[in-house]
Design a protein around this ligand. Structure first.
Ligand code: ME8
Length: 635
């Protein structure tokens, strides 16, 4: 059986988890779930980085021992992973005895091979970043990375002779285009390697300065540099935490997913450490971008740190997971805002997906008593596409193109939505002679939904399960299902189940940012010379009208042709097709401008206009707050 091994960074226990931690871990979770659905044996590892100065300092500030502090803080991460439905197979802590033993074993091996040597060392040390800088690198006495003051330190230390591997590393990156992704980051690392000779790496800290670490096996006066200890987790875990019965054979990892700020430690330190140990390199190191918040850098001092517990509670776990991977290309920076997540939920989840499921189920109940009908023929081109989706998803996910993978699923569900609109099952249902056609249409869409439940499950595990339940197919989303799916596999006679809406729309007023508010105020004072009198307003004849019929205008994704009863029947062409399906509008009472001069849109005459707010996929049609008669004047 094919194996798949994916890791996240191990997170420092000096702080609370934020959106950045959630981002990497959900990414790894999507890959792990996807590969399980392909039928592969998966090892998904996450954990915590518990040694070093940062943790020692955070513990001291709280009056705790570092281990007590870690024991308390680690629970925040475990809690978050439970909350976000993370399916990690193991959770490593660098204070685990087994991990410490592996670190010491590897250090000893490198020392005996002459890859680690003791040298006097003088350099500028940045305590918060736990790293040395050279005289040339520091800026006005400050750390070039974080800007905080550095101190000059002279001491004997142990060095890993990393410089020996510079050329081999460069070659490896050049010969393996997928070793470091995205490509822009790969070029950065290559640029860095070509620009200057690679130095050696100081891998020890004298105990007199820092005692919270793994003791060097060959010198009890020193502990191991925290990064040297931490990176080894990816290997040590395979020795004592891997799933399944076979304990060997998990190394190397297929993907190490990391944030862009810790790419060098992985691409350079970790790769050369493995080379020196004579071990295989991982398949890929992927560096993702950073989230800003409302356009600003996320920081504690600005008080804008995004709390993943809060966001997932407010908007839903699946919704949060979806947003993170649909909104921006994995690898680039992205901006988080409430309006962005609400927009995604309302358009992609409530409208496209939720609506597809709810209208199909309600038709299946209306026309077939909630039982999957037996079709005489299957819908060819939709089935062909469904069969291709898993392969396409695999191709995208092999290079962590989550956004493209989701785009692929949304194209497929768009096909189903369009299929309903063109086949008009509600019209077929009126004609007893069209029963076979109606069966074919409803079966096709239900079968499409069964496929979508499996496709989306890695991204939105709860929604995948709920969709399967609505189809009466508990246990559908199981290991291997993506390799076994067959178009037409949905059993006629299966009893469907009505469920809660998958993704309720979120009705929330967009907050007006400060700047917009100020400008709006100014406009009020200076420029309002466009006011109209009540008499002018009275010239606009607004009337309530009930939508009797609705259909898409051929060749347009936006336009719908409606027949509306405003006391008299009239035809209206409305540009709301990206937000509403025709089916949704029939029976709705809307507000119409009834005395507008007729105009032709795509050759079809429109006798009036519908009132609606918003744009594109986010249009909301105005409707009286309670049921009223058609043809009433709106004043
Ligand atoms: O670095 N947006 O641990 P850590 C996206 N222990 N990601 C962000 C972010 C943001 N605004 N801010 C931080 C460590 N991150 C080491 C790893 S691995 C052997 C050792 C990401 O707790 C950041 O890129 O500081 C990093 O991947 C993670 O969150 C924080 O890790």
């Amino acid at each position: 059986m094919k194996r798949f091994y994916v890791t996240t960074p191990i997170y420092y226990v000096n702080d609370l988890p934020h959106i950045g931690h959630a981002y990497t871990t959900v990414a790894a979770d999507i890959l792990a779930r996807f590969h399980r659905l392909l039928g592969e044996e998966v090892f998904f590892l996450t954990g915590t980085d518990e040694h070093g100065q940062k943790v020692e300092k955070a513990a001291a500030e709280r009056g705790r021992t570092p281990k007590d502090h870690a024991d308390i803080m680690v629970e925040n991460f475990r809690d978050l992973w439970r909350t976000l439905n993370i399916s990690n197979d193991a959770f490593i802590r660098t204070t685990d005895g087994e991990h410490k033993a592996v670190v010491q074993e590897l250090l000893q091996r490198l020392y005996e091979k002459g890859e680690i040597v003791k040298r006097p060392y003088k350099g500028w040390y940045c305590t918060p970043d736990e790293r040395f800088w050279t005289e040339k690198e520091i800026r006005d006495g400050n750390c070039p990375d974080c800007g905080r003051p550095v101190e000059e330190i002279e001491e004997e230390n142990y060095f890993f002779l990393m410089s020996r591997y510079a050329e081999r590393l460069q070659q490896h990156i050049e010969q393996n285009p997928h070793y470091i992704l995205p490509e822009s980051r790969r070029n950065e690392v290559l640029g860095f390697l070509r620009a200057q000779p690679l130095g050696d790496l100081c891998i020890s800290r004298p105990k007199k300065r820092l005692s919270w670490g793994i003791e060097l096996p060959f010198d009890p006066d020193y502990v191991t540099y925290v990064w040297f200890d931490a990176l080894i987790n990816y290997f040590s875990a395979t020795k004592y935490l891997s799933p399944g019965s076979l304990k060997e054979g998990w190394w190397p990892a297929d993907h190490h997913i990391v944030g862009k700020d810790i790419l060098t430690t992985h691409a350079v330190y970790w790769s050369t450490m493995l080379m020196a140990l004579g071990m295989e390199l991982p398949g890929n190191i992927f560096a993702h971008g950073w989230w800003t918040v409302d356009g600003k850098k996320m920081s504690k001092s600005l008080g804008n740190v995004v709390d993943p517990f809060k966001v997932s509670k407010e908007y839903g776990v699946d919704q949060f997971r979806y947003f993170l991977f649909r909104e921006v290309t994995f690898g680039l920076d992205g901006d988080f805002s409430e309006s962005a997540i609400i927009g995604r939920i309302n358009s992609d989840l409530a409208n496209d997906l939720g609506n597809l499921v709810s209208r199909t189920l309600s038709m299946a109940f209306r026309y077939f008593d909630g039982v999957v009908p037996q079709p005489v023929t299957l819908q060819g081109e939709i089935g062909d596409r469904a069969a291709q989706v898993p392969l396409r998803l695999k191709a995208h996910l092999d290079v962590l193109a989550f956004q493209k993978a989701l785009g692929e699923i949304w194209e497929f569900l768009g096909m189903l939505n369009k299929f309903i609109d063109t086949e008009k099952p509600w019209a077929l249902a009126k004609d007893p002679e069209k029963k076979k056609e109606l069966e074919r249409v409803i079966y096709t869409v239900l079968e499409g939904i069964r496929h979508i439940a499996c496709f989306i499950a890695p991204f939105m595990p709860e929604a995948g399960e709920k969709m399967a339940e609505m189809l009466g197919l508990e246990g559908l989303v199981r290991p291997g299902v993506l390799s076994e799916l067959r178009w037409g596999g949905l059993e006629p006679g299966t009893r469907l189940r009505k469920g809660e809406p998958l993704f309720p729309r979120i009705e929330k007023k967009r907050e007006v940012p400060d700047m917009e508010r100020e400008t709006a105020g100014e406009v009020k004072k200076a420029e309002r010379d466009d006011l109209i009198s009540i008499d002018e307003f009275a010239k606009v004849e607004l009337r309530t009208g009930k939508v009797l019929e609705a259909e898409r205008v051929e060749g347009s994704s936006k336009l719908l042709r409606l027949i509306v009863d405003t006391g008299e029947k009239r035809q209206i062409v409305a540009g709301i097709g990206k937000s509403y399906s025709p089916e949704e509008l029939v029976g709705k009472t809307v507000v119409v401008v009834a005395n507008l001069k007729p105009a032709k849109l795509m050759g079809i005459e429109s006798q009036g206009m519908l009132l609606a707010a918003g744009e594109g996929k986010d249009i909301a049609v105005l409707s009286p707050e309670r049921e009223v008669k058609s043809g009433l004047r709106v004043k």
